[in-house]
Ligand binder design. Structure first.
Ligand SMILES: Nc1nc2c(ncn2[C@@H]2O[C@H](COP(=O)(O)OP(=O)(O)OP(=O)(O)O)[C@@H](O)[C@H]2O)c(=O)[nH]1
Ligand SMILES: [Mg+2]
Length: 318
Protein backbone atom coordinates (compact mmCIF):
# COMPACT_ATOMS: atom_id res chain seq x y z
CA UNK A 1 0.00 0.00 0.00
CA UNK A 2 2.69 2.50 1.00
CA UNK A 3 5.66 0.65 -0.48
CA UNK A 4 6.13 3.09 -3.34
CA UNK A 5 6.68 6.14 -1.21
CA UNK A 6 9.72 8.12 -2.33
CA UNK A 7 12.90 8.11 -0.30
CA UNK A 8 12.79 11.59 1.24
CA UNK A 9 16.04 13.56 1.53
CA UNK A 10 16.98 16.21 4.06
CA UNK A 11 17.18 19.86 2.96
CA UNK A 12 20.97 19.73 2.69
CA UNK A 13 20.87 16.52 0.66
CA UNK A 14 18.29 17.94 -1.76
CA UNK A 15 20.55 20.94 -2.30
CA UNK A 16 23.63 18.76 -2.70
CA UNK A 17 21.85 16.58 -5.27
CA UNK A 18 20.66 19.66 -7.18
CA UNK A 19 24.08 21.33 -7.20
CA UNK A 20 25.62 18.07 -8.40
CA UNK A 21 23.17 18.02 -11.30
CA UNK A 22 24.06 21.63 -12.14
CA UNK A 23 27.81 20.99 -11.92
CA UNK A 24 27.66 18.21 -14.46
CA UNK A 25 26.32 20.52 -17.18
CA UNK A 26 28.68 21.33 -20.07
CA UNK A 27 27.54 23.54 -22.94
CA UNK A 28 29.54 23.90 -26.13
CA UNK A 29 29.39 26.94 -28.37
CA UNK A 30 32.07 28.42 -30.61
CA UNK A 31 31.20 31.86 -29.33
CA UNK A 32 32.81 32.21 -25.88
CA UNK A 33 30.22 34.70 -24.62
CA UNK A 34 27.31 32.53 -25.70
CA UNK A 35 28.96 29.51 -24.18
CA UNK A 36 29.20 31.27 -20.81
CA UNK A 37 25.67 32.62 -20.99
CA UNK A 38 24.16 29.30 -22.01
CA UNK A 39 26.10 27.47 -19.33
CA UNK A 40 24.92 29.82 -16.60
CA UNK A 41 21.32 29.48 -17.75
CA UNK A 42 21.50 25.70 -18.09
CA UNK A 43 23.13 25.23 -14.66
CA UNK A 44 20.55 27.48 -13.03
CA UNK A 45 17.77 25.57 -14.73
CA UNK A 46 19.17 22.18 -13.76
CA UNK A 47 19.55 23.22 -10.12
CA UNK A 48 16.11 24.82 -9.86
CA UNK A 49 14.30 22.05 -11.71
CA UNK A 50 15.92 19.35 -9.60
CA UNK A 51 14.81 21.08 -6.40
CA UNK A 52 11.30 21.70 -7.73
CA UNK A 53 10.77 18.21 -9.13
CA UNK A 54 12.13 16.58 -5.97
CA UNK A 55 9.71 18.51 -3.77
CA UNK A 56 6.86 17.90 -6.22
CA UNK A 57 7.51 14.16 -6.15
CA UNK A 58 7.25 14.09 -2.35
CA UNK A 59 3.89 15.84 -2.33
CA UNK A 60 2.51 13.75 -5.20
CA UNK A 61 3.69 10.37 -3.98
CA UNK A 62 2.61 10.72 -0.39
CA UNK A 63 -0.97 9.52 -0.04
CA UNK A 64 -3.68 12.10 0.28
CA UNK A 65 -4.54 11.51 3.92
CA UNK A 66 -8.23 12.41 3.60
CA UNK A 67 -8.68 9.71 0.95
CA UNK A 68 -7.23 6.95 3.11
CA UNK A 69 -9.46 4.49 4.93
CA UNK A 70 -10.38 5.45 8.51
CA UNK A 71 -8.15 2.63 9.79
CA UNK A 72 -5.04 3.99 8.06
CA UNK A 73 -5.92 7.54 9.12
CA UNK A 74 -6.13 6.41 12.72
CA UNK A 75 -2.89 4.43 12.46
CA UNK A 76 -1.18 7.55 11.09
CA UNK A 77 -2.60 9.55 13.96
CA UNK A 78 -1.29 7.03 16.50
CA UNK A 79 2.17 6.69 14.97
CA UNK A 80 2.88 10.05 13.36
CA UNK A 81 -0.05 12.49 13.91
CA UNK A 82 -2.31 13.30 10.97
CA UNK A 83 -2.00 16.99 11.71
CA UNK A 84 1.80 16.95 11.72
CA UNK A 85 1.96 14.99 8.47
CA UNK A 86 -0.58 17.26 6.73
CA UNK A 87 1.32 20.36 7.87
CA UNK A 88 4.65 18.90 6.68
CA UNK A 89 3.20 18.09 3.24
CA UNK A 90 1.63 21.56 3.08
CA UNK A 91 5.00 23.17 3.86
CA UNK A 92 6.78 21.12 1.21
CA UNK A 93 4.16 22.14 -1.34
CA UNK A 94 4.57 25.78 -0.32
CA UNK A 95 8.34 25.47 -0.83
CA UNK A 96 7.86 23.87 -4.25
CA UNK A 97 5.59 26.73 -5.37
CA UNK A 98 7.90 29.37 -3.95
CA UNK A 99 10.97 27.90 -5.67
CA UNK A 100 9.02 27.67 -8.91
CA UNK A 101 8.07 31.33 -8.63
CA UNK A 102 11.63 32.46 -7.86
CA UNK A 103 12.97 30.50 -10.80
CA UNK A 104 10.32 31.63 -13.32
CA UNK A 105 10.71 35.30 -12.40
CA UNK A 106 14.49 35.40 -12.31
CA UNK A 107 15.20 33.18 -15.28
CA UNK A 108 13.45 35.68 -17.54
CA UNK A 109 16.00 38.34 -16.63
CA UNK A 110 18.80 35.82 -17.17
CA UNK A 111 17.72 35.22 -20.74
CA UNK A 112 17.42 38.91 -21.56
CA UNK A 113 20.86 39.94 -20.39
CA UNK A 114 24.12 39.54 -22.28
CA UNK A 115 26.39 40.69 -19.45
CA UNK A 116 28.25 37.80 -17.85
CA UNK A 117 28.79 39.65 -14.56
CA UNK A 118 25.08 40.33 -14.26
CA UNK A 119 24.28 36.73 -15.20
CA UNK A 120 26.63 35.34 -12.56
CA UNK A 121 25.19 37.59 -9.88
CA UNK A 122 21.63 36.65 -10.85
CA UNK A 123 22.55 32.97 -10.83
CA UNK A 124 23.99 33.23 -7.32
CA UNK A 125 20.88 35.10 -6.23
CA UNK A 126 18.64 32.30 -7.53
CA UNK A 127 20.81 29.62 -5.92
CA UNK A 128 20.74 31.55 -2.63
CA UNK A 129 17.03 32.23 -2.56
CA UNK A 130 16.02 28.70 -3.53
CA UNK A 131 18.48 27.20 -1.03
CA UNK A 132 17.08 29.33 1.75
CA UNK A 133 13.50 28.25 0.95
CA UNK A 134 14.57 24.58 1.01
CA UNK A 135 16.39 25.08 4.32
CA UNK A 136 13.25 26.68 5.77
CA UNK A 137 11.40 23.36 5.44
CA UNK A 138 14.18 21.25 6.93
CA UNK A 139 12.05 20.21 9.92
CA UNK A 140 9.09 19.30 7.73
CA UNK A 141 11.34 17.19 5.49
CA UNK A 142 12.53 15.39 8.62
CA UNK A 143 8.88 14.66 9.47
CA UNK A 144 8.45 13.12 5.99
CA UNK A 145 11.68 11.12 6.35
CA UNK A 146 10.35 9.55 9.57
CA UNK A 147 6.81 9.18 8.20
CA UNK A 148 8.02 7.42 5.09
CA UNK A 149 9.85 4.79 7.17
CA UNK A 150 6.79 4.24 9.38
CA UNK A 151 4.28 4.15 6.49
CA UNK A 152 6.32 1.62 4.51
CA UNK A 153 5.90 -0.81 7.42
CA UNK A 154 2.10 -0.40 7.58
CA UNK A 155 0.18 -3.67 7.11
CA UNK A 156 -1.49 -4.28 3.76
CA UNK A 157 -5.16 -4.28 4.65
CA UNK A 158 -7.73 -5.19 2.02
CA UNK A 159 -11.50 -4.99 2.24
CA UNK A 160 -11.91 -8.76 2.51
CA UNK A 161 -14.01 -10.17 5.36
CA UNK A 162 -11.85 -9.69 8.42
CA UNK A 163 -11.21 -11.47 11.67
CA UNK A 164 -9.35 -9.56 14.37
CA UNK A 165 -7.62 -11.54 17.12
CA UNK A 166 -7.56 -9.69 20.44
CA UNK A 167 -6.95 -10.35 24.09
CA UNK A 168 -4.52 -9.85 26.95
CA UNK A 169 -0.79 -9.91 26.25
CA UNK A 170 0.96 -13.28 26.04
CA UNK A 171 -2.22 -15.38 25.74
CA UNK A 172 -1.27 -16.80 22.31
CA UNK A 173 -2.78 -14.38 19.76
CA UNK A 174 0.23 -14.48 17.44
CA UNK A 175 0.47 -18.25 17.88
CA UNK A 176 -3.15 -18.45 16.74
CA UNK A 177 -2.47 -16.31 13.65
CA UNK A 178 0.34 -18.74 12.79
CA UNK A 179 -2.04 -21.71 13.22
CA UNK A 180 -4.73 -20.12 11.04
CA UNK A 181 -2.59 -18.65 8.24
CA UNK A 182 0.85 -18.67 6.70
CA UNK A 183 1.79 -15.40 8.40
CA UNK A 184 4.80 -15.64 10.70
CA UNK A 185 4.43 -13.08 13.48
CA UNK A 186 6.97 -13.27 16.29
CA UNK A 187 5.99 -15.45 19.26
CA UNK A 188 7.68 -15.21 22.65
CA UNK A 189 6.99 -16.00 26.27
CA UNK A 190 6.89 -12.39 27.40
CA UNK A 191 4.05 -9.85 27.14
CA UNK A 192 3.88 -7.17 24.41
CA UNK A 193 5.91 -9.21 21.93
CA UNK A 194 3.59 -7.91 19.22
CA UNK A 195 3.91 -4.15 18.82
CA UNK A 196 2.30 -3.75 15.41
CA UNK A 197 -0.64 -5.06 13.45
CA UNK A 198 0.07 -8.26 11.48
CA UNK A 199 -2.03 -9.66 8.67
CA UNK A 200 -2.51 -13.24 7.53
CA UNK A 201 -4.90 -14.86 5.07
CA UNK A 202 -7.10 -17.89 5.30
CA UNK A 203 -8.69 -19.50 2.24
CA UNK A 204 -11.14 -22.31 1.72
CA UNK A 205 -12.75 -23.68 -1.42
CA UNK A 206 -16.46 -24.25 -0.99
CA UNK A 207 -17.90 -25.70 -4.22
CA UNK A 208 -16.80 -23.33 -6.96
CA UNK A 209 -16.22 -20.46 -4.61
CA UNK A 210 -12.96 -19.64 -2.88
CA UNK A 211 -13.67 -17.87 0.39
CA UNK A 212 -10.85 -15.56 1.40
CA UNK A 213 -10.58 -14.14 4.85
CA UNK A 214 -8.12 -11.65 6.28
CA UNK A 215 -6.91 -12.37 9.80
CA UNK A 216 -5.34 -9.69 11.93
CA UNK A 217 -3.09 -10.16 14.94
CA UNK A 218 -3.02 -7.26 17.36
CA UNK A 219 -0.86 -6.17 20.29
CA UNK A 220 -2.12 -7.26 23.72
CA UNK A 221 -4.68 -5.15 25.56
CA UNK A 222 -4.84 -4.52 29.30
CA UNK A 223 -8.04 -4.02 31.23
CA UNK A 224 -7.87 -0.25 31.57
CA UNK A 225 -9.80 2.73 30.19
CA UNK A 226 -9.17 3.87 26.61
CA UNK A 227 -7.67 7.14 27.86
CA UNK A 228 -4.97 5.16 29.71
CA UNK A 229 -4.06 2.97 26.73
CA UNK A 230 -0.62 3.43 25.19
CA UNK A 231 0.13 3.83 21.48
CA UNK A 232 0.73 0.09 21.06
CA UNK A 233 -2.66 -0.83 22.56
CA UNK A 234 -4.37 1.90 20.54
CA UNK A 235 -3.41 0.08 17.34
CA UNK A 236 -5.36 -2.95 18.55
CA UNK A 237 -8.37 -0.73 19.29
CA UNK A 238 -8.10 0.84 15.82
CA UNK A 239 -8.14 -2.62 14.18
CA UNK A 240 -11.14 -3.68 16.28
CA UNK A 241 -12.97 -0.43 15.54
CA UNK A 242 -12.42 -0.22 11.79
CA UNK A 243 -11.70 -3.71 10.51
CA UNK A 244 -13.30 -6.47 12.58
CA UNK A 245 -16.26 -8.37 11.19
CA UNK A 246 -15.44 -11.13 13.64
CA UNK A 247 -13.47 -10.70 16.83
CA UNK A 248 -11.64 -13.75 18.13
CA UNK A 249 -11.07 -12.99 21.77
CA UNK A 250 -8.37 -15.24 23.24
CA UNK A 251 -8.29 -16.08 26.94
CA UNK A 252 -5.54 -18.01 28.71
CA UNK A 253 -6.80 -19.66 31.93
CA UNK A 254 -3.41 -21.19 32.78
CA UNK A 255 -1.85 -18.05 34.28
CA UNK A 256 1.39 -18.78 32.38
CA UNK A 257 0.64 -15.63 30.43
CA UNK A 258 1.14 -13.73 33.70
CA UNK A 259 -2.39 -12.31 33.93
CA UNK A 260 -5.31 -13.75 35.86
CA UNK A 261 -8.49 -14.92 34.20
CA UNK A 262 -10.76 -12.41 35.99
CA UNK A 263 -8.86 -9.47 34.50
CA UNK A 264 -9.06 -11.10 31.08
CA UNK A 265 -12.80 -11.61 31.43
CA UNK A 266 -13.23 -7.99 32.55
CA UNK A 267 -11.45 -6.92 29.38
CA UNK A 268 -13.71 -9.22 27.37
CA UNK A 269 -16.83 -7.55 28.73
CA UNK A 270 -15.34 -4.10 28.03
CA UNK A 271 -14.50 -5.11 24.47
CA UNK A 272 -17.98 -6.60 23.97
CA UNK A 273 -19.54 -3.32 25.08
CA UNK A 274 -17.33 -1.31 22.74
CA UNK A 275 -17.76 -3.40 19.60
CA UNK A 276 -21.40 -4.38 19.50
CA UNK A 277 -21.57 -4.76 15.73
CA UNK A 278 -18.84 -7.43 15.52
CA UNK A 279 -19.49 -11.14 15.98
CA UNK A 280 -17.49 -12.66 18.83
CA UNK A 281 -15.75 -16.04 18.94
CA UNK A 282 -14.26 -16.53 22.38
CA UNK A 283 -11.49 -19.08 22.52
CA UNK A 284 -9.76 -20.58 25.50
CA UNK A 285 -6.15 -21.26 24.48
CA UNK A 286 -3.45 -23.55 25.88
CA UNK A 287 -5.84 -26.43 26.61
CA UNK A 288 -2.83 -28.71 26.34
CA UNK A 289 -1.92 -27.30 29.75
CA UNK A 290 -5.32 -26.73 31.37
CA UNK A 291 -8.97 -27.07 30.41
CA UNK A 292 -11.75 -25.30 32.31
CA UNK A 293 -15.47 -26.03 32.15
CA UNK A 294 -16.23 -22.70 30.40
CA UNK A 295 -18.35 -22.71 27.26
CA UNK A 296 -15.57 -21.04 25.28
CA UNK A 297 -14.13 -22.74 22.18
CA UNK A 298 -11.21 -24.83 23.42
CA UNK A 299 -7.99 -24.66 21.40
CA UNK A 300 -4.30 -25.31 21.68
CA UNK A 301 -1.83 -23.60 19.39
CA UNK A 302 0.74 -26.15 20.55
CA UNK A 303 -0.99 -29.36 19.48
CA UNK A 304 -3.61 -27.78 17.12
CA UNK A 305 -6.53 -29.12 19.14
CA UNK A 306 -9.72 -27.28 18.18
CA UNK A 307 -8.10 -25.31 15.33
CA UNK A 308 -10.07 -27.00 12.50
CA UNK A 309 -13.30 -26.49 14.46
CA UNK A 310 -12.42 -22.80 14.91
CA UNK A 311 -11.79 -22.47 11.16
CA UNK A 312 -15.23 -24.03 10.49
CA UNK A 313 -16.79 -21.51 12.87
CA UNK A 314 -15.04 -18.62 11.10
CA UNK A 315 -16.13 -19.72 7.61
CA UNK A 316 -19.68 -20.42 8.76
CA UNK A 317 -20.02 -16.77 9.83
CA UNK A 318 -19.14 -15.38 6.39
N1 LIG B 1 1.43 -24.55 26.11
C1 LIG B 1 1.01 -23.68 25.23
N2 LIG B 1 1.69 -22.55 25.04
C2 LIG B 1 1.23 -21.66 24.11
C3 LIG B 1 0.07 -21.92 23.35
N3 LIG B 1 -0.14 -20.86 22.52
C4 LIG B 1 0.86 -20.00 22.77
N4 LIG B 1 1.68 -20.47 23.72
C5 LIG B 1 2.88 -19.80 24.28
O1 LIG B 1 2.47 -18.60 24.91
C6 LIG B 1 3.49 -17.60 24.77
C7 LIG B 1 2.90 -16.35 24.17
O2 LIG B 1 2.49 -16.62 22.84
P1 LIG B 1 2.25 -15.47 21.76
O3 LIG B 1 1.60 -16.10 20.60
O4 LIG B 1 3.49 -14.69 21.55
O5 LIG B 1 1.20 -14.59 22.58
P2 LIG B 1 0.57 -13.16 22.19
O6 LIG B 1 -0.80 -13.12 22.76
O7 LIG B 1 0.70 -12.92 20.75
O8 LIG B 1 1.52 -12.21 23.03
P3 LIG B 1 1.75 -10.60 22.84
O9 LIG B 1 2.09 -10.36 21.42
O10 LIG B 1 2.89 -10.33 23.75
O11 LIG B 1 0.49 -9.95 23.28
C8 LIG B 1 4.57 -18.22 23.91
O12 LIG B 1 5.59 -18.70 24.75
C9 LIG B 1 3.86 -19.38 23.20
O13 LIG B 1 4.72 -20.42 22.84
C10 LIG B 1 -0.63 -23.14 23.58
O14 LIG B 1 -1.66 -23.44 22.99
N5 LIG B 1 -0.11 -23.97 24.53
MG1 LIG C 1 1.67 -11.43 19.79
Amino acid sequence: MFRHLPLVLSAEDILKKSFNKANKIQITDRNALYKKKKTIIAKTEAFSNTVISTLEQYVKKFPSINNLSPFYQELIDIKISVDKLKKALGAVDWARKTCQMIFSKQSRSLRKSGKIDFLSTKQQEIFGRISSVVRQINKELDVLIDAQIILKKFPDISDKPTVVIAGYPNVGKSSLLRCLSSAKPKIAQYPFTTKEIYVGHLERKEGHIIKRIQIIDTPGLLDRPLSKKNAIEKQAIAALTHLADIIIFVVDPTDVCGYNLDDQLNLLSQVKKMFTSSYFLIVENKVDLKKTDSEFIKISCNNFEGIEYLKDMIFSKF
